[in-house]
Design a protein around this ligand. Structure first.
Ligand code: GRF
Length: 220
């Protein structure tokens, strides 16, 4: 069995994606080990998932740091000695500094609840409803210097129903997030997804558009 990849997971809230990653590791869908979970919120429920699994946790409260750079530096101090193969943003609600992104470039991944490039930022589910979109979803992407703009690996698509409100739609999207995030992480780990300079390759071919997860199937 190949060496396990090491992950550091950053959270701010409920940590359901963190839990999906923990479960995928347990089910051997993910050949990885979570070295630590860092939360910027002391009350983040997601910390409980980590503690229950005996994963080391850290709270780095952004309010204690005068600048974004100093907050990021405090996280770097924890992350760097662990030499992670991948830094996983799982509902981490802080914008990262240039220095942080540069340091972990090409091994910094995020999940965003929209079909990027649509609806960067917040309130994505309400926006999809307000705009009468027929489909909505989530995107796993590598992080670059612009918010929610890095190269997208996989998108999950769900229909928007006439009866949907933002909560119902969010729940349906989240359910798919829990499938595509571990999937994308495993593809990074086993090298099916990799960077060739700044270009994303999937199975050694340039990925011109994201992989699509729809109706429980992944297509290219
Ligand atoms: C998810 O919708 C994710 O796409 C977004 O924040 C939410 C986090 O949920 N970035 P959880 O904390 O993983 O439950």
């Amino acid at each position: 069995m190949e060496k396990k990849a090491s992950l550091v997971v950053l959270i701010s809230g409920s940590g359901s994606n963190l839990l999906a990653i923990i479960d995928a590791i347990k089910n051997k869908q993910l050949n990885a080990e979570i070295k630590t979970v860092i939360s910027n919120q002391v009350t983040a429920k997601g910390l409980d998932h980590a503690i229950r699994e005996n994963i080391t946790t850290h709270v780095v409260d952004h309010k204690q740091y005068p600048t974004r750079e100093m907050f990021d530096q405090a996280m770097i101090k924890i992350i760097d000695p662990l030499k992670p193969d991948l830094v996983v943003l799982a509902g981490f609600m802080r914008i990262l500094s240039k220095n942080f992104i540069e340091k972990y470039q090409h091994r910094l991944i995020n999940i965003h609840p929209s079909l990027l490039p649509k609806y960067k930022g917040l309130n994505t589910h309400q926006l999809a409803i307000d705009n009468n979109d027929e489909v909505h979803g989530a995107s796993v992407h590598y992080v670059n210097f612009e918010l929610d703009s890095g190269p997208v690996v996989i998108q999950a698509e769900v229909p928007v129903l006439a009866t949907d409100n933002a909560e119902a739609l969010a729940a349906r999207v989240l359910h798919e997030e829990h499938k595509i995030y571990p999937m994308a992480i495993q593809m990074h780990i086993n090298g099916r997804i990799r960077f060739d300079n700044d270009q994303l390759k999937f199975d050694n071919k340039t990925l011109t558009r994201p992989l699509l997860w729809k109706n429980n199937k992944l297509t290219r």
